[in-house]
Design a protein. Structure first.
Length: 155
């Protein structure tokens, strides 16, 4: 007797509009592939399947510990390839807004946009990797400092 194999259908996993960076697990789910293949695609800049990614860990990859976030635009099929435009998108702005040194983002906006915890944002601020100011119970992050952080953490 021959076993029958059910045909698998592709489930489209939507990514919320305000999300700009997704973790490795989400990228795997969207692409339907292994973590190793996603990582390969983030490191092979010459590949047609290249995925822009950032290391958002406090340690910055020291001791082999990275917290990769894949740019959701690439998973959505965006044709943007300019690194500065990608960073601007990750910071919920455009290239003109990226240069505005007086503009701050709420830490909760970055939490959602980068798919990180509030604790990660606070750790990045305390490590002076991004500039933040506490206003009441909330943190405000300077957009230009977050842009510099992402620029230095691009894979």
């Amino acid at each position: 007797m021959q076993a029958t194999v059910q045909k698998q259908t592709r489930f489209v996993l939507p990514i919320a509009d305000e999300v700009r960076l997704v973790d490795l697990t989400t990228a795997r789910a969207v692409l339907g592939t292994t973590a190793e293949l996603v990582i390969e695609r983030t490191e092979d800049h010459l590949s047609a399947d290249y995925l822009q990614a950032f290391d958002v860990s406090v340690a910055g990859g020291e001791a082999g510990r990275r917290e990769l976030r894949v740019w959701a635009g690439a998973l959505r099929g965006s044709s943007i390839t300019d690194p500065d435009a990608i960073i601007a998108d990750c910071l919920l702005t455009n290239l003109v807004g990226l240069e505005n040194e007086t503009f701050h983002l709420n830490s909760s906006q970055l939490e959602r946009a980068w798919c990180v915890s509030n604790q990660t944002i606070i750790e990045l601020i305390r490590a002076k990797l991004i500039a933040g100011v506490k206003v009441g119970r909330n943190w405000k992050v300077q957009r230009t400092s977050a842009a510099a952080f992402l620029k230095g953490r691009m894979l």
